[in-house]
Write a protein that binds this ligand. Structure first.
Ligand SMILES: [Zn+2]
Length: 84
């Protein structure tokens, strides 16, 4: 990956933050695939508790469960601001 220093590019430190704005595909700790279940999780928590939703989806490791519980959707807020 090429380092971005030029005008009009997102600085490297912010690019890392952009990566974490969307739900991760894999669990940071065990590497288990979690990204495919996020939409279903969002649907389930409309009616059930997050605990029940994660049990239904079959995520039993606490490292994978925290990926869902700790995720904050920031992409909508950030999209308001154009790239510099
Ligand atoms: Zn995990």
């Amino acid at each position: 990956m090429e380092r971005s220093k030029g005008k009009g590019q997102i600085p490297e430190i912010l690019q890392i933050e952009v990566l974490f704005m969307e739900f991760p595909i894999r669990c940071f700790t065990c590497g288990g695939v979690v990204g495919h279940a996020y939409d279903e999780y969002k649907e389930l928590i409309k009616e059930k508790s997050p605990q029940e939703a994660l049990d239904i989806l079959g995520f039993d490791r606490f490292c994978c469960r925290r990926m869902f519980l700790s995720h904050v959707e920031l992409i909508e807020s950030v999209m308001k601001y154009p790239r510099a």
